[in-house]
Design a protein around this ligand. Structure first.
Ligand SMILES: Nc1ncnc2c1ncn2[C@@H]1O[C@H](COP(=O)(O)OP(=O)(O)OP(=O)(O)O)[C@@H](O)[C@H]1O
Length: 328
């Protein structure tokens, strides 16, 4: 038997991971790395191989080739599996059970002690917003309540790494905010979260690292700020812009657009390298005697990056993409 995985190993590492179904290779040399305590967004169009990857990381599907380590070991090792949580996208629950019975049953499947289950079930019900509803049968739950119950079962055994596949697809806006808070709390507790979601605004709010995947390969991955960061623009609105001040602004970066409204207020869009240039730009403009009304950094939305990288809906994509080198 291998030794228990150390907690200082990454949560997930894959190298050249591949999976074929028949002649179709759906995961094609995937390299990802997820650190401990990271919230990692795994993004890609339909059919990109995301669920297949998650199933390999959970030990539910065997890779055709390549390497993967989860919490420092193999997901086929029971000691590793016991430390994983999973909320599948398409869950099928024992709907004849009450919420309480369902969680007790899953606690038993996870090998928790009875005393632990008794203490833990009310805690997770409370955490997912189902306090007081555990006595009702699942077939009387709404879709959102079922998704909350699924999240509760994923968190029941205090996992170190949780896989959440579209965890808010059935939830209303309040439910989505609550799940976002749960994910943030998990990160604060040092739990790693692997999030599959098509809701890019949600991913942008909660994830600190992301990978974009298409046709089974990583197109780009990294810290969210790096992935988004290359293209910082600032919108500047002012009056009394002198030619000298405009020249000085140009030393920071190109003036991409310049418009003047009928009242004489000028709006500039300036390309900057770094966020810490913003106060310098403000100082310079105020020093030139301009009245500064607005200086707003504008980053591209995650959706813009997704469209730029992934280009089109996955299932509609006719051919293999031209890839930049993926990194482990
Ligand atoms: N058991 C299977 N047998 C054959 N093909 C499969 C199997 N599971 C998945 N596939 C195929 O593998 C490809 C990737 O599917 P996968 O479910 O991993 O994509 P996904 O990125 O999770 O998509 P979605 O965002 O739509 O959930 C698809 O073309 C799918 O049809």
């Amino acid at each position: 038997m291998t030794s228990p995985p150390a907690s200082d190993t990454p949560a997930i590492v894959t190298r050249d991971l591949r999976k074929s179904y028949g002649s179709a290779e759906v995961v094609r040399g995937l390299n990802i790395r997820v650190g401990r305590g990271e919230v990692f967004g795994f993004l890609g169009p339909n059919g990109a191989g995301k669920s297949t990857t998650v199933k390999m990381l959970l030990g539910l599907v065997r890779p055709t080739s390549g390497e993967l380590q989860v919490l420092g070991g193999s997901p086929h090792h029971p000691a590793v599996r016991a430390r994983l949580g999973f909320l599948p996208e398409q869950f099928r629950y024992q709907t004849w059970m009450t919420g309480h019975e369902f969680l007790t049953f899953h606690g038993q499947l996870a090998g928790l002690r009875d005393s632990d289950i008794r203490a833990r079930v009310p805690q997770v019900l409370e955490r997912v917003g189902l306090a007081g509803r555990g006595g009702e049968r699942l077939d009387g739950y709404s879709k959102g309540m079922l998704q909350r119950a699924g999240l509760a079962s994923a968190l029941l055994a205090r996992p170190e790494l949780v896989f959440l596949d579209e965890p808010t697809s059935a939830l209303d806006p309040i439910g989505r905010i609550e799940v976002r808070r749960i994910i943030e709390d998990l990160r604060d507790e040092g739990v790693s979260v692997f999030l599959n979601s098509h809701l890019l605004s949600e991913v942008g709010q909660v994830c600190d690292h992301v990978a974009f995947v298409r046709q089974g390969q990583v197109l780009r991955q990294g810290r969210l700020s790096e992935v988004m960061g290359g293209d910082l623009r600032a919108r500047v609105r002012l009056d009394a812009l002198t030619p000298a001040a405009l020249d000085a602004v140009r030393r920071f970066g190109p003036v991409l657009t310049q418009t003047v409204d009928p009242q004489g207020t000028v709006t500039l869009e300036v390309g900057l390298q770094r966020e810490d240039q913003l106060p310098e730009v403000a100082r310079l403009l105020l020093g030139s005697g301009a009245q500064l009304y607005e200086l707003t950094p504008q980053r591209p939305e995650l959706e813009d990056i997704f469209l730029e990288l992934v280009g089109q809906s996955g299932d509609a994509s006719p051919s293999a993409p031209q890839l930049e080198g993926p990194h482990a």
